[in-house]
Design a protein around this ligand. Structure first.
Ligand code: ATP
Length: 216
């Protein structure tokens, strides 16, 4: 958050805000949802729920700009995201189903690289500690368990520090302690003025989170 980026000068006059209007999402022949409207402001967390195949991942990919909407508009800081892509992408962090961890690099090195590419957040060492991975900091990514991989992917959020977190099933593979840790990170992010949208099949209690149900 608050990165130095000259491209931001025009839109720095507006507050971080994601506005979704009349959104429709299609995969193949299936129209998954339509006329979807919501706004996420600074300090807000939105949980997207729905049954398997309802379109949660599709929605997140639309919000990232990885898919194009069938209909509707997506605006960031009051501007269509397709007109301010570099700014928008510099202000969001996406953690999808794949953890994007480099197997030949250690856990620590994976975070160092993430910090070098985007940065703006806490030190990789501190991020590893926050997600309980200090003991395996020197283990190559390919040796990490599923839950450790997930923790490491989520630790990237801390070294990058973007305004908007888009998280696709962040709690998958996590044990109870890690679930609470990540829930706390979401709460702290919102309390610091950040915003987050996440999908989940778990019953997670996140303070002040709103829910958006995708129903077929
Ligand atoms: N590339 C594709 N081509 C055609 N259909 C697709 C494609 N990708 C996904 N789908 C279909 O779109 C629907 C929505 O998929 P999506 O992954 O968004 O659902 P989801 O709500 O995230 O599901 P889950 O809870 O199982 O993760 C599913 O029926 C899926 O089979």
């Amino acid at each position: 958050m608050g990165k130095d980026n000259k491209q931001q000068t025009v839109s720095d006059q507006t507050q971080p805000r994601l506005q979704v209007e009349g959104l429709a999402g299609r995969r193949g022949e299936r129209l998954l949802f339509q006329n979807m409207n919501f706004t996420v402001d600074a300090g807000e967390v939105l949980e997207v729920s729905g049954h398997n195949g309802s379109g949660k991942t599709t929605l997140l990919r639309l919000l990232c700009g990885l898919l194009l909407p069938e209909e509707g508009t997506l605006q960031w800081r009051g501007q269509p995201i397709n007109k301010i892509r570099p700014l928008y992408h510099s202000e969001l962090s996406y953690v999808g189903h794949t953890d994007a961890i480099k197997g030949e690099l250690t856990a620590h090195e994976n975070l160092m690289i993430a910090g070098a590419l985007n940065g703006g957040g806490i030190d990789p060492e501190q991020a590893l500690e926050r997600v309980g991975l200090t003991k395996i900091r020197e283990l190559p990514g390919r040796f990490l368990s599923a839950g450790q991989r997930r923790r490491l992917a989520l630790a990237r959020l801390l070294v990058n520090r973007a305004w908007l977190w888009l998280l696709d099933e962040p709690f998958t593979a996590l044990d109870k302690v890690a679930i609470r840790t990540i829930a706390t990170l979401l709460e702290e992010h919102a309390a610091a003025g950040g915003m987050a949208i996440f999908t989940s099949h778990h019953a997670i209690n996140i303070a002040h989170a709103r829910t958006l149900e995708i129903s077929a």
